[in-house]
Design a protein around this ligand. Structure first.
Ligand code: PMP
Length: 381
């Protein structure tokens, strides 16, 4: 038995995506730059995927660029935007809870002379939209923040922040790292008037190593790598056609089943919260109004890693904080003002469209048993 509850780290590729990948590798294996029919067939795969992504993003398909994943998208967005606008300001506004692909890129830019304003969530773990908006001034060239936090599921107030910045400073570039929110929350990048939006395939039932970047028409970005000029020169290198075919199929699967998938995340979240309510040792770290596919909990007194491996022995896979921090105590949870003891014992449970009630009941029973066993050990020490 295997129960996979680490879908924020990555998802299992859905069947239609796996089949599309195989087809693109064994039948439509041409290079999209080739002028013959094989090249054209591969080019059609790119166009189809661009149209599918655009329909979910709410934009024209010509604004969708394929990348090697969200880390790549975030780097191209941030570094490329700054490189293209050297005289439009020297300040970047961001938050203290970003994924390293944004946080570390921004820090690298800081070392090159940019001023960085990092906005923190309030003591209640929520962002005050005014604080983000008020940090933007005449010297601001770029605002970059995430849509949904990958450790807690906290939804950032993008619906308030983006229009407010636009009203005051229409030329400031606004980038959103949409990895954990894309397709899960209502969004139209054009209606919201974002300049840049990153997403990743492997969080959405597509293969790893494929992602996308939305770039608003007319927004200037310089490439961070040079080469054959693919993706209008912004992401050179022969396109990952099989992965893009997989992304297309996965996004179509989501599009066709969106209501049921979203309802499943909600139901899983509700059920798990109610099962955990019977366990006084468990504290819930995720906000009530968070993105429902993520539930972060703590069992103070039992370190995350010990709990993770005890559950693993029962075939249940969860995460200790974020997969990206590889066991280090989460700086992001500290930035959300969680006490040390809760950070040390944090577990992130994240659902997929396939997670079901029986899996969650098995998980809760396993958690009950593991807590009872480990608490005895903790108390004995
Ligand atoms: N941003 C966020 C919010 C993420 O959760 C992740 C993946 N953990 C990334 C960026 C990086 O995505 P990728 O793995 O596609 O590079």
């Amino acid at each position: 038995m295997e129960i996979y509850l680490d879908n924020c780290a990555t998802t299992k590729v859905c069947q239609p995506a796996a089949e599309a990948v195989l087809r693109a590798m064994t039948q439509d294996y041409g290079n999209p730059s080739s002028l013959h029919k094989k090249g054209l067939d591969a080019e059609h795969i790119l166009t189809s995927a661009r149209r599918t992504a655009a329909s979910l993003l709410g934009c024209d398909y010509s604004c969708v660029y394929f990348t090697g994943g969200a880390t790549d998208s975030n780097n191209i967005a941030i570094q490329g935007a700054l490189a293209a606008h050297p005289r439009d300001g020297k300040t970047i506004v961001t938050t203290t809870v970003e994924h390293p692909s944004v946080a570390d890129t921004v820090t690298a830019m800081e070392k090159r002379g940019y001023t960085v304003k990092r906005i923190a969530p309030g003591p209640n773990g929520q962002f005050d939209p005014h604080e983000i908006v008020d940090a933007v001034d005449e010297d601001t060239v770029l605002v970059t923040f995430m849509m949904v936090n990958n450790e807690l599921g906290t939804v950032l107030p993008y619906e308030k922040v983006v229009p407010a910045i636009r009203r005051r400073f229409p030329k400031v570039l606004i980038h959103m790292d949409g990895v954990q929110g894309f397709t899960k929350l209502p969004l139209s990048v054009s209606k919201l008037d974002l300049d840049l939006f990153s997403f990743s395939g492997h969080k959405l039932y597509a293969p790893k190593g494929i992602g996308g970047l939305y770039i608003k028409k007319g927004v200037r970005i310089l490439p961070v790598e040079y080469g054959g000029g693919q993706e209008k020169g912004l992401r050179s290198g022969t396109e990952a056609v099989p992965s893009i075919a997989g992304l297309d199929a996965a996004l179509n699967m989501i599009k066709e089943n969106r209501a049921q998938i979203l309802a499943n995340y909600q139901n899983c979240n509700r059920l798990l919260r109610s099962l955990l309510a019977d366990m006084p040792e468990v504290v819930i770290n995720s906000p009530e109004n968070g993105c429902p596919h993520i539930l972060n909990i703590s069992v103070p007194g039992i370190p995350s890693e010990i709990m993770l491996h005890a559950l693993e022995e029962k075939g249940i896979y969860v995460s200790s904080g974020s997969a990206c921090s590889k066991g280090a105590l989460s700086g992001v949870l500290a930035a959300f003002h969680l006490p040390q003891e809760r950070i040390r014992s944090a577990l992130r449970i994240s659902f997929s469209y396939e997670t079901d009630e029986s899996q969650l009941r098995t998980f809760a029973a396993a958690l009950r048993e593991v807590i009872d066993r480990l608490m005895k050990v903790v108390k004995a020490n």
